[in-house]
Structures are given as C-alpha cells and as structure tokens.
Write a protein that binds this ligand. Structure first.
Ligand SMILES: Cc1cc2nc3c(=O)[nH]c(=O)nc-3n(C[C@H](O)[C@H](O)[C@H](O)COP(=O)(O)OP(=O)(O)OC[C@H]3O[C@@H](n4cnc5c(N)ncnc54)[C@H](O)[C@@H]3O)c2cc1C
Length: 382
C-alpha cells in the first residue's frame, strides 16, 4: 500500500522531530519514519546540556549555536503546552573550573570571549567556587561561573517535539526503515519501507543522524560525509550530605545534577563504528576524572552507564540544506556534540527552506557544497 505525505522525514531523533513539529505548525503534512523507536538513538543518549560556552570560536557555528540556545526559554512552555509533556528544563548555572595556576590566563581569555558573546560570567577564586559548590575538590584553583547555562531532559524533549507534531497532524512511524528510493529525473518521488509499505512524498528530508551517510550516498550519488562518533556517559546517585547544584566542567569531563537526584557524568569520544556498547576504559576515565573534581562522588553508587553515536562531520558543523542536483531532497544531519542545543533553530530554519524554497541566511554556512569537489557529478539511483 502506498501512503502519501508532503514531507517525508527519515529519522525520528531530536532533529527529525523538531523539524516535524515546526513544519506541521506551518501547515505541511509530515510523516516521520524511523528504523527503530522514535528518539531511541543519540537523542536519548545525550546528557542534555544547554551549555554553549565552548572553548572554540568558529565564526559560522558559534552564532548559530547561541541563537538556537536562546530559543529554549520561549520554546519550552510552548512545547510543554502543545505536547502535554514536561521537559525538565533547568537553568542550573555552571562552573567552568581549572586545577592549575598555569591555566588561569587561558580561562580568563575565554571568559572575556564569552562576555563579548553577551554572556553574564563571573570570575571566582577556588575558595569562592567552593562557597558556591561545597563538594568541589581543593584542586580547583579558579572558575568562571555562567548562571545562564542549563540543561534539559533529552528524551523528554524528543518526546515533546514528536507528540506536539502528532497532535498537529504528523504521522510518526517507528520500526519503519527506509530501504530504497523511488526517483523520477531530479526528484525523489517516494521511499520503500522495511514494513513492505511505500510512501510517496513531495519532499524528502534525511535526518538520519550517524546513519546519514551509509546507503544514502549510493542512492543519491552524492557523498554525505557524516560518521558515527561514540560518546559514553554514566549516572551516579547524588552525594547524600551535600548534593551538587551546578553543572561543573573540569578534569576533562562535565557533571550535571539532575532533578531525579542523580549526577550525570559525560562524555567520552571514540570511534568504534556503530558499536554502542560502553567500555571499561572510558567508564573508568569518567569516574576517575569525576572523583578528582568532586571527591565525595567516590561514595556514591552507580545508577547506569550508556553510549550513543554522535553524527559528526569533518569540520564538526552540521549539514543543513539542499542535496545538489536533487530538486526536493534536503539534509539535516551532522549535529555532532550539540544536536540537542541546535534542534530548535535547525528545525525552524529548515522549515523556512522547505516552505519558501529559499535557503535562509543562517543556513548558508552549513551547505553540503563545502564538502563537494566543484565538478562532482551526481546520478539518480534506486
Ligand atoms: C553521550 C552523548 C552526550 C551528548 N550530550 C549532548 C548535550 O549535552 N547537549 C547537546 O546539545 N547534544 C549532546 N549530544 C549530541 C546529540 O545527542 C546529537 O547531536 C543529537 O541527538 C543528534 O540527533 P539526530 O536526530 O541527528 O540523531 P539520532 O537521535 O541518532 O536520530 C537519528 C534517527 O535516524 C534513524 N534512522 C537512521 N537511518 C534510518 C533509515 N534508513 N530509515 C529510518 N530511520 C533511520 C535512527 O534510527 C535514529 O533514530 C550528546 C551525544 C552523546 C552520544
């Protein structure tokens, strides 16, 4: 049986579901298909930090990241109302710590950069940092406090985008992998699903996360340079006597205190293909680093450990926009370590592209063209 939809979105992670919500709100009929459960991959492995004070300074990427981050305070109540689900958004505030005097100059430089981006930040001595967060190690010699940084419960965010989209009329189809494309000239006219069904569509969006390269580049004849980068994380119970209250960065890890009285410790980076198992080595690294930052965590019991696959590109920026030579195919993928934070603006800007046919200015730096040789040829394939 063939179903029809205006826009077929492949991938029901936070990126696909955010786009489904905004498109459906704008009046397009959307179908989201996922080869597994909606939101079950990277988007629920994420820690959910909304903490854009990154050490790097990329003039294209940072403004996009900050603009997306700034949407959360208005998006959260809108989405909670539209979905009926709580997202656990908290402006926890963070402390970016250092443990050696030789790092002071660098942290000061970063603080001034963050202030130029418009962030309220405060320099703290080690003792001032421990006054804010008494469980911090004596090793901490200085910190920058960033009260506007926060966090969200990532799988609740995906569920809220998905439910709100469905409430507005979107079709969500879990366990429905795309197994082939129907094409006519420079158009994709539909897709075959693992369920045996087919879907006819006016537009196709590839939001397949770490799987966006795989067979898509064969089907479309265009290289899509996205690879899986494994991230591992774990959760401990909070220290009973003095629970953490801030997000802490230091010793090569971050610690995020959650509403359920756990502390999430993240996240490692390694390349292991599509393997989502946790490894003893990385979990030991996370625990040892967290214990150096907050010694009281040594007495806390482990709740769970997990891993997920970040979709990463060679320049660590997403790919957002048209697929060359195809009139009606777009990519929204490669969001790397920041997909939760980038999901609102990604969804909004891609909606504008699909509604108007024009690429919004904010998306121009993220075109697939940056990875393609000027003369790359493409051919339609099934
Ligand atoms: C440990 C860890 C911590 C992280 N922490 C943060 C954080 O604190 N803050 C932040 O902003 N980001 C964080 N991230 C990054 C964030 O999780 C990702 O950038 C984001 O989830 C990517 O979303 P996505 O929708 O592109 O991918 P996914 O959530 O992986 O969704 C892609 C979906 O596509 C489906 N799919 C693939 N191929 C097909 C097909 N052929 N047919 C149908 N469906 C298909 C998959 O089943 C999958 O469900 C973290 C990631 C990890 C791993």
């Amino acid at each position: 049986m063939t179903k029809t939809t205006d826009v077929l979105i492949v991938g029901g992670g936070v990126i696909g579901c955010s786009l489904a919500y905004y498109l459906q709100k704008a009046g397009r009929q959307v179908m989201v298909v996922d080869q597994g459960e909606i939101g079950a991959q990277a988007s629920s492995a994420a820690v959910g930090l909304l903490a854009p004070l990154v050490p790097f300074d990329n003039e294209d990427f940072v403004p996009f990241l900050l603009a997306s981050w700034a949407l959360f305070p208005t998006l959260v109540p809108e989405l909670e109302a539209a979905s009926g689900l709580a997202i656990a958004y908290q402006q926890t505030g963070s402390l970016h710590t250092i443990n050696h005097a030789k790092r002071v100059a660098r942290l000061e430089q970063q603080m001034h950069k963050w202030q130029r981006w418009g962030f309220h930040t405060v320099w703290l001595t080690g003792d001032e940092a421990r006054a804010c967060e008494p469980v911090l190690s004596e090793r901490v010699c200085a910190a920058v406090a960033a009260p506007q940084e926060g966090q969200i419960h990532p799988s609740s965010l995906v569920a809220a985008f998905a439910t709100a989209a469905r409430n507005k009329g979107a079709f969500l189809c879990p366990q429905s992998g795309v197994t082939g494309l129907e094409t006519k000239g420079t158009h994709v006219t539909g897709a075959a699903l693992s369920t045996g069904e087919a879907v006819a569509c006016d537009s196709l969006v590839i939001a397949a996360g770490a799987w966006s390269s795989q067979r898509w580049q064969q089907w479309l004849g265009v290289p899509i340079p996205v690879r899986p980068v494994r991230g591992q994380a774990l959760a401990l119970h909070q220290p009973a006597a003095t629970p953490l209250t801030h997000i802490l960065f230091g010793e090569g890890v971050y610690l995020a205190p959650r509403l359920d009285e756990t502390v999430v410790i993240g996240a490692t980076t390694d390349e292991a293909g599509f393997d989502t198992r946790v490894t003893e080595e990385k979990i030991a690294f996370l625990l040892a680093s967290a214990h150096r930052l907050v010694p009281a965590l040594q007495a806390c019991s482990l709740v769970r450990a997990w891993a997920g696959l970040r979709p990463r590109t060679a320049d660590s920026r997403p790919i957002l926009g048209r697929v060359p030579r195809w009139e009606n195919v777009v990519l929204s993928t490669g969001h790397g370590a920041f997909g939760i934070t980038l999901s609102p603006l990604s969804g909004l800007a891609m909606t504008e592209l699909l509604m108007t046919g024009q690429t919004p200015e904010v998306l121009r730096p993220f075109s697939l063209d940056r990875f393609l040789p000027q003369s790359s040829g493409t051919r339609a394939r099934k």
